[in-house]
Ligand binder design. Structure first.
Ligand code: HEC
Length: 153
């Protein structure tokens, strides 16, 4: 409690900012792991909801699909910086060692994932159910492909 008050006081006085030379927003590796895992959970939620609509588990609602697709277009850009900072390979997280040996491939997959989410968002704006479903399938294929290679069980 006392420590966090001091941290807040430091933040407010600008000392932390002015002394900080970090290229990202993370205090440490564990902070980054929390951030990326939380982001993946939000991605999963939005994906599952769209999937449920296409499967007929819940009524299809175009406005709701558009809202989810818009969220995914933003969320899909977020996790990657939390894998790219000095010492990221020493933080916890459920990742395979292969990720750190193939970081460039991993980042490219992240970029493709974000591009597919942008395409899904665009299709959703168009409103054509078949187009949206096709873009959604394309987007969803990224998950397993990357997890098989880089996510630890
Ligand atoms: C480019 C690689 C990549 C893509 C694409 C990807 N993931 Fe992941 N995902 C990971 C990695 C790596 C982890 C492990 C992160 C960690 O524990 O630090 C992970 C973890 C997760 C987790 C667990 C988070 C937690 O709380 O521990 C969920 C849920 C998840 N991903 C869902 C998805 C879904 C759904 C998609 C597709 C819509 C997706 N991911 C696409 C790499 C990816």
């Amino acid at each position: 409690m006392k420590k966090s008050l001091i941290a807040i006081a430091l933040l407010c006085s600008g000392i932390v900012f002015s002394q900080s030379s970090h290229a990202n927003a993370f205090v440490n590796g564990e902070d980054a792991v929390t951030y990326r895992q939380a982001t993946f959970q939000a991605i999963r939620f939005n994906l599952v909801d769209i999937n449920d609509m296409f499967r007929g588990n819940v009524p299809y609602d175009l406005e709701r699909v558009q809202r989810r697709a818009e969220a995914l277009a933003t969320l899909s850009q977020l996790p990657w910086e939390a894998f790219n900072f000095p010492g990221a390979d020493h933080a916890s997280g459920k990742v395979k060692a292969a990720l750190w040996q193939n970081l460039e491939d991993f980042n490219q997959r992240g970029e493709k994932f974000a591009a597919d989410a942008a395409a899904l968002h665009q299709a959703a704006q168009g409103g054509e159910r078949r187009e949206i479903q096709g873009a959604f399938r394309e987007f969803a294929n990224n998950c397993k492909a990357c997890h098989d290679n880089y996510r630890a069980d």
